[in-house]
Design a protein around this ligand. Sequence first.
Ligand SMILES: Nc1ncnc2c1ncn2[C@@H]1O[C@H](COP(=O)(O)OP(=O)(O)OP(=O)(O)O)[C@@H](O)[C@H]1O
Length: 466
Amino acid sequence: MKLKNAKILIVDDDPDVLLAMKMLLQPEVHQLTTEKNPENLNALISRNKFDLIILDMNFKSALNTGNEGFFWLSKIREQDKDVLVIMITAYGDIDLAIRSLKEGARDFVVKPWRNEKLIEVISEALDKQASNGKSLNVSKSDSASQPNKNGSAKTNTSNLIELIGESEAMQDVFYKIDKIGPTDANVLILGENGTGKDLVARALHERSLRNDKPYVAVDLGALTETLFESELFGHRKGAFTDAREDRTGRIEAASGGTLFLDEIGNISLYQQAKLLSVLQNRHIVRLGTNQMIPVDIRLICATNVPIYELASEARFRKDLIYRINTVEITLPPLRKRGNDIELLAQHFLKIYSTKYNKSGLDFEPSALLKLKQYNWPGNVRELQHTIERAVIMAGTAFIKANELSFSPIEHPEMTNDEPKTFQLHDIEKDTILKAIEKHQGNISKAAKELGITRTALYRRLNKYDI
Ligand SMILES: Nc1ncnc2c1ncn2[C@@H]1O[C@H](COP(=O)(O)OP(=O)(O)OP(=O)(O)O)[C@@H](O)[C@H]1O
């Protein structure tokens, strides 16, 4: 929607703010309404169909909790779930502003605003709404945002990495990366294996004000209980048997920059407590020393396990979740991204036909159909490997449907192997593991699939030491 056709409501208890916005926006928009008292929101929304509401975050100047803004935001959402809301805050509290995005605001503006910036934010919000997420609307104005390299509506590019996607869900992801990248907010990235969590973490770092400082990624799932502390916190020579020299830990190495902790859902409660203490105190102590070393990190975490379910079962600390999830980015599974499958397939085709000197390769329509109909349990990573294999195998200028083979790793049932054992004990353990893997660690769903109660499943997890 064009700005000049928009009906906009501004709600702020500061008459100076209302006047300044009115003078700025009145000539630009179709209809402008200003309101000092948020109690009147309900009546105003029932009488008018606004396209966009600009809402103050702090109505009581003595109480800058931002909670009043959230309260009114939720009231607006209850009444009109489509209206765009842009929050304004005088206090520059980025955490509150980001929380408002989580709670359904489209964007936020910090007072005092630059007039061009405010108009740009409003116009972008209206444009995005109108295009229904089909075209990319990556903000270009924030200091650390990178321009879109090729201007394509389908990709969000930065210096080093290219994230492909035009589905609504991915447009949302790009929007958040642009918006949140330049802040220091902690980010939790959720999504199945191979959905691009690592890529998103890098994109956030690239867009951050720390992008000239280190980006340190740690795969927590790969660290044994004993390695965990020395890897993360470092150690002094002789601190334990294998500590042959002093070593800087990954957290210290990331200081000034970004620390990416992958597979955070897989660490033990003891490790969670250790991590929480670093995040609270903002310093580390190397093993074998008692010197506190201050650290300044922007933390990005990722997991493919349902972390909130783990928390409700007391297997993941809620206080740690609150530390790491200031903003959440959920990556949708590939099977829910519609046309992204073809887009990504073409992207990988280009890469691998160049790599294997087979330029000009294309898909036959039946091959594309096969790709679109498959459910991609291994997500983008599986698609990437499928296309690489197909390019290697392709005999003509067109990849045919039968040249696309899906990974047996994702489909053990397709291998048709004889069972490797007839021991009931092993078969049961194996079946349980498969059910848990299929449901990505979701115990309730795995138990349902196995036809037993959750308690019975827990008993067996214990029995088989899973
Ligand atoms: N949107 C995307 N555009 C282009 N390439 C992508 C996209 N998403 C993922 N990929 C590619 O797919 C592969 C898997 O991505 P990535 O490692 O980021 O996934 P992940 O979610 O971190 O996986 P895991 O859960 O196994 O750690 C990588 O090679 C990555 O470059």
